[in-house]
Design a protein around this ligand. Structure first.
Ligand code: MG
Ligand code: ZN
Length: 357
């Protein structure tokens, strides 16, 4: 009796029982952004494609408010900057706050801490969403300046279009592809069959610049296929190089463009491509317990809704962005931080806190 009492007393005060388990922290973060991917765009994919949906397998769901400092209807520059830098700014801004002051991004913070960094997109690599993670300019259209800033940032692996802003520059005539090579980048072209080579075969000291088009990559509906497999290749390449973890942003860029164009067929194929990418990334994330996966959008586009009886028919209400909240899905260590309703800037803060940056 007494020993039972003593034992329960010991249990109450022993360090093994009074200490709450330390919150799980990720070593790596993969952030997937579907540009313009609101609930109706997601619902279209959920209705069209065979289960299991990758999003239905995510542990945690939250909602984010996407407004910018100046508009309820944000653009991708301000929304990208909110996600990457944690500040509300004016539409068209990239990596600067509402006073046009440069703000360090989560990618730059991760790099400064010795983590590896990557970007994989289906737009040009200098387009607003990826640019928000490494560039600091007041106008998203300054593509040649943004390209120069990408070279300076030293992102370890990047995949996307826009090679002409590096190779064929009006503003200064510099050859930034040569600059990349001088900085130990292996420059690949995805239209080149050798571009399909497994990234594992690339020597470890090389960074990877993989150009998928001179300007914007083609649509999924015209045969673009690289996003699902390059996303996983990039994770693999970063994982092999990283001894202090990595930060990777993957963007399904053209969900937005198909919504702007009010083109159901294009949108359906971009969402299918995005789902295929998410499936591969989620499977890879679940191979270990070190990686936090976050899937969200920067904003909704076209105030879209679904009509019809058996097969969904898309109704687009506008050709511009909306102010609707967009979902946030999270899986892996720290995922529970993403429950609830919050501003888009909170996503930056949560990622920063979880990585201890
Ligand atoms: Mg974008
Ligand atoms: Zn847009």
């Amino acid at each position: 009796m007494l020993s039972g009492f003593l034992f329960s007393w010991w249990l109450c005060f022993s360090p093994y029982t009074t200490q709450a388990p330390a919150p799980e922290k990720p070593v790596n973060i993969v952030l997937i952004i579907g540009d313009g991917m609101g609930l109706a765009q997601i619902a279209l994919a959920e209705y069209l494609y065979k289960p299991p949906s990758p999003l239905a397998q995510m542990e945690v769901i939250g909602l984010q408010k996407t407004h910018s400092a100046t508009h309820l209807e944000t653009d991708s520059g301000a929304a990208g900057t909110a996600l990457s830098c944690g500040v509300k700014t004016f539409n068209a801004a990239i990596g600067v706050d509402a006073d046009s002051t440069a703000v360090k991004s989560i990618l730059e913070m991760a790099r400064d801490r010795g983590m590896k960094t990557g970007l994989v997109v289906t737009s040009s690599i200098v387009h607003a969403t990826p640019a928000a993670f490494y560039a600091h300019v007041t106008s998203r259209g300054s593509y040649e300046e943004i390209a120069a800033q990408l070279v300076a940032t030293g992102v370890d692996v990047f995949v996307g279009g826009g090679e002409k802003y590096f190779a064929d520059r009006y503003s200064d005539g510099f050859d930034l592809v040569e600059s990349l090579k001088k900085k130990q980048y292996q420059v690949l072209h995805l239209d080149d069959p050798r571009g399909r080579a497994n990234l594992e075969s690339i020597r470890k000291e090389h960074k990877i610049a993989c150009f998928t088009a001179l300007e914007d990559p083609i649509r999924a509906s015209m045969g673009r296929t690289y996003l699902p497999w390059m996303a996983v290749e990039a994770m693999d390449a970063l994982e092999k190089r990283a001894d202090k973890g990595y930060f990777l942003m993957i963007e399904a860029s053209q969900v937005d463009w198909a919504s702007h164009a009010n083109d159901q067929e294009w949108l359906a194929l971009e969402m299918q491509d995005a789902f295929a990418m998410m499936k591969g990334v989620l499977a890879k994330v679940r191979e270990d317990e070190n990686t936090l996966l976050i899937i969200t959008a920067d904003h909704e586009c076209s105030y879209m809704s679904l009509k019809g009886k058996r097969s969904p028919r898309v109704e687009f209400s506008t050709k511009v962005h909306s102010s609707q909240m967009v979902p946030v899905f999270a899986d892996g260590p720290g995922a529970e931080e993403f429950l609830g309703i919050y501003e888009n800037t909170e996503i930056f803060k949560k990622m920063k806190d979880l990585l201890g940056l």
